[in-house]
Design a protein around this ligand. Structure first.
Ligand SMILES: [Zn+2]
Length: 296
């Protein structure tokens, strides 16, 4: 029997003791990234991937500090390894969705396909998915890691109601989960249940969050998203704002059609402005349309 240790996770060092951890997809979704951000007292692990491979074992080799998890949002490719850690911070609007995943029980997130379907791993390599403490966050909250290292939370709803970006001001790094990615930001499709507030699934709500982030544009040099290419330019923020504004003003031009693994028959409709791309559906742009459709 082949027993994976840390694989399929791969750690990549960055400056000032930050590590980026690549989590290969065990399903049909995209590969994901986690980020280990230490202070002097505690370390923050931003996202936990799919829950395949011993993430905690890897993290303990990279830092001696106690580690808390910060989930960029509540989707299965970002919370799969939460069960290995005592607690996870997450935006309050994503708490019901995270709890729903915990309640589904030990088979874990739906993103994990049966072992061996996409690449080889054993049942034992899927980490036990269990309830751990949930620590709800709000926009503007700061997590103190000691030694002047702290991370500020920016609420960026749209892709998920409680999506966030996390700003490490001392290192001038921004971590954006799936809110700002090299590939299109998905703001599309039917709402997941349970949904707390339909408004928070809209391009309009995303835009509002981006405007606050824009005020802090001079405080970071680089963006690390939850998927695909790392080390993106801060220019994504103003471009994303313009991309949202075009959609909100009724310009629904489809600049790209993207047929991905899950969407071959139904290609994503993508609106582009500069570096920024949003995969959209017309019913999830304006808050009033979402509220009319989902509020009762
Ligand atoms: Zn994701």
């Amino acid at each position: 029997m082949i027993r994976l240790d840390c694989a399929p996770l791969i750690q990549i060092p960055d400056r000032d003791n930050v590590w980026h951890i690549f989590a290969r997809t065990p399903g049909l979704g995209g590969d994901a990234w986690c980020h280990l951000v230490p202070g002097t007292e505690r370390a923050l692990l931003i996202d936990t991937g799919f829950g395949v491979g011993n993430l905690k074992g890897m993290v303990e080799k990279l830092t001696n500090l106690p580690v808390d998890v910060l989930n960029s949002h509540n989707h299965g490719d970002h919370v799969g390894g939460n069960g290995q850690f005592a607690r996870a911070y997450i935006h309050e609007a994503d708490v019901p969705g995270l709890q729903a995943i915990y309640d589904r029980g030990k088979e874990g997130p739906r993103t994990v396909t049966p072992p061996g379907e996409v690449f080889f791993f054993e049942k034992e390599d899927v980490q036990q998915f269990k309830q751990t403490e949930i620590c709800p966050l709000k926009d503007g909250d700061v997590i103190d890691l000691g030694g002047g290292y702290e991370v500020e939370i920016f609420h960026l709803p749209g892709h998920s109601p409680g999506g966030i970006a996390a700003l490490d001001r001392k290192r001038r790094m921004l971590f954006t989960g799936d809110a700002i990615v090299f590939t299109p930001t998905y703001i599309k499709g039917n709402l997941r249940t349970p949904h707390v507030a339909p408004a928070l699934y809209s391009v309009e709500a995303f835009h509002k969050g981006l405007l606050r982030l824009q005020e802090h544009l001079s405080e970071f040099d680089v963006i690390y998203p939850g998927h695909s290419q790392q080390g993106l330019s801060p220019q994504y923020v103003p471009d994303m704002i313009a991309c949202c504004e075009e959609l909100m003003n009724g310009d629904l031009t489809v600049h790209e059609e993207l047929a991905t693994g899950n969407n071959v028959a139904n290609p994503l409709q993508v609106h582009v402005h500069g570096l920024a791309k949003i995969a959209f559906t017309p019913d999830r742009i304006m808050i009033k349309d979402l509220e009319a459709k989902y509020s009762e």
